[in-house]
Design a protein around this ligand. Structure first.
Ligand SMILES: *[C@@H]1O[C@H](CO)[C@@H](O)[C@H](O)[C@H]1NC(C)=O
Ligand SMILES: *[C@@H]1O[C@H](CO)[C@@H](O)[C@H](O)[C@H]1NC(C)=O
Ligand SMILES: *[C@@H]1O[C@H](CO)[C@@H](O)[C@H](O)[C@H]1NC(C)=O
Ligand SMILES: *[C@@H]1O[C@H](CO)[C@@H](O)[C@H](O)[C@H]1NC(C)=O
Ligand SMILES: CC(=O)N[C@H]1CO[C@H](CO)[C@@H](O)[C@@H]1O
Ligand SMILES: [Mg+2]
Length: 408
């Protein structure tokens, strides 16, 4: 079959480029290490059928290439789940918040304090993780084969997936090339961006009216305003399950702004149905104090809970709604509630994306792809290392679809 061969040569030229980049960048790029998070390596026995293939052709992706110059902090043993439980219970006590701050600290090591982990154990972790979460690029042909005869529906996270993670969340712009790529994807497949951010903010970054937008972790969903292919009548707001929380969220937003203004670098972002308190630009010595301030505001609001992201604490309504629910809602809106003819692809990089991955696992449909350079516990089946690989994957998807259409 033609596609296998031609696509793999494209793939390998991409890898060659990638390798150069890695060698040049690994040494100087501190930011990469900063994003390491404290995950344990998960070892599952699924997908063993495809592992042999991966091994054969993805040795280029293996740890020999990406082995770190300094060690990225190792893997902290505090489980996130425990941590979240602690944080979730209406604020918890100060000591519990401190545990979270400790874990955040441990996950963002500086060069001098980095512990000396042996290289081989790092390598083993990566190898084993890549085995269980192979690159969606190296498995492209197999993934497309699995989608045969089904409607692909694309779900994309924004920060860290379509755009790089940056210091200032207001400047998390996506590249022009990425925008063109997403536009192309939306020509062929229903496409939704599912983000923790406020829907309007995400829209202002992307600016494509042909997409579905699910902001505030899916609590605020709107359909495309142009492009008639997939829409069914009313394209205004589709779903806002937490509407009643709006006044409370605004109140807490103001309180957090007031409370945290004494801490340099702390930013509070109003995402409409949730609030983000960013630690990214705050001196590490002040993290405890900031977390304590957030806790003290939240203790008066038992209907709101705290969750943790990459250097961010998020305040959300306690309703049972997340990116996974948004995914189900959107599939239903598209007419695929109980259909076996749909192949959803969910790509994301953070904890909140796990809800999406989990729904796909439960449905036994489609695939989840985690964007990460380092092993992380995840329910995604595949991995991509960074936004540029996401773009490359999406471009191949578009090429694949075009070549399929041109044959008919
Ligand atoms: C393609 O998918 C079919 C089932 O959908 C499977 O039987 C077959 O082995 C797959 N082929 C490859 C090359 O993965
Ligand atoms: C679209 O939906 C909104 C809110 O659900 C409703 O107010 C409006 O009347 C609907 N418009 C049409 C044309 O159905
Ligand atoms: C989907 O299945 C559920 C339960 O199996 C059922 O309650 C629901 O009505 C079905 N929805 C559609 C649109 O067929
Ligand atoms: C993956 O799913 C299982 C089962 O739902 C869950 O226990 C586990 O915490 C999930 N892992 C992550 C990283 O969310
Ligand atoms: C299993 C598999 O796809 N093997 C391929 C790996 O890459 C080499 C070089 O491109 C191919 O010759 C193999 O067929
Ligand atoms: Mg993200």
């Amino acid at each position: 079959m033609r596609p296998l061969f031609s696509s793999s040569s494209v793939f390998f030229s991409f890898i060659a480029h990638k390798l150069l980049y890695l060698f040049q960048c690994r040494v100087c790029c501190f930011e990469q290490r900063e994003e390491m998070t404290n995950q344990n390596v998960v070892v599952s026995d699924e997908e063993s059928a495809i592992i042999t293939l991966t091994l054969t052709n993805s040795s280029l992706f293996s740890p020999a290439v990406t082995k770190p110059v300094a060690i990225p902090g190792g893997y902290v043993t505090i489980s996130r789940k425990k941590l979240l439980n602690k944080l979730g219970g209406g604020g918890g006590e100060g000591t519990k918040i401190n545990a979270w701050v400790d874990s955040m600290r441990a996950s963002s090591p500086t060069r001098k304090s980095a512990p000396a982990l042996t290289l081989s154990s790092e390598t083993e972790d990566q190898k084993s993780w890549i085995l269980h979460h192979p690159s969606a690029l190296s498995m492209f042909v197999e993934i497309m084969n699995a989608s045969k005869g089904k409607q692909i529906v694309m779900f994309l996270d924004y920060d860290g997936t379509l755009s790089p993670i940056v210091e200032d969340p207001d400047r998390a712009f996506m590249s022009k090339e990425m925008r063109e790529t997403v536009r192309d994807v939306a020509k062929y497949f229903p496409t939704a961006v599912v983000s923790g951010r406020c829907r309007d903010k995400v829209y202002s970054f992307i600016g494509l009216s042909e997409l579905y937008y699910a902001g505030s972790h899916g609590m605020d969903i709107k359909g495309p305003t142009t492009g008639h292919k997939y829409k069914k009548g009313n394209q205004s707001v589709l779903c806002q399950p937490a509407r009643e929380f709006l006044p409370m969220i605004n109140e807490v937003y103001k309180a957090l702004l007031e409370e945290t203004k004494s801490i340099p670098g702390a930013t509070v972002e109003n995402n409409k149905f949730c609030i983000s308190v960013h630690f990214r630009c705050v001196d590490e010595k002040k993290w405890d104090a900031l977390a304590e301030q957030v806790r003290s505001v939240l203790k008066d609001y038992p209907k709101l809970r705290l969750t943790q992201g990459r250097k961010v604490l998020e305040v959300r309504p306690t309703i049972k709604w997340d990116k996974g629910k948004a995914l189900e809602f959107l599939l239903k809106s598209l007419g695929y509630a109980n259909s076996s003819n749909v192949f959803p692809i969910f790509i994301g990089d953070d904890r909140t994306d796990e809800d999406g991955f989990k729904v796909l696992r439960k449905r036994g449909q489609g695939i989840g792809i985690l964007v990460s350079k380092v092993p992380k516990e995840t329910n995604a089946s595949y991995s991509l290392q960074e936004p540029s690989e996401v773009m490359y994957f999406l471009q191949r998807l578009v090429e694949w679809k075009r070549s399929l259409l041109s044959r008919h």
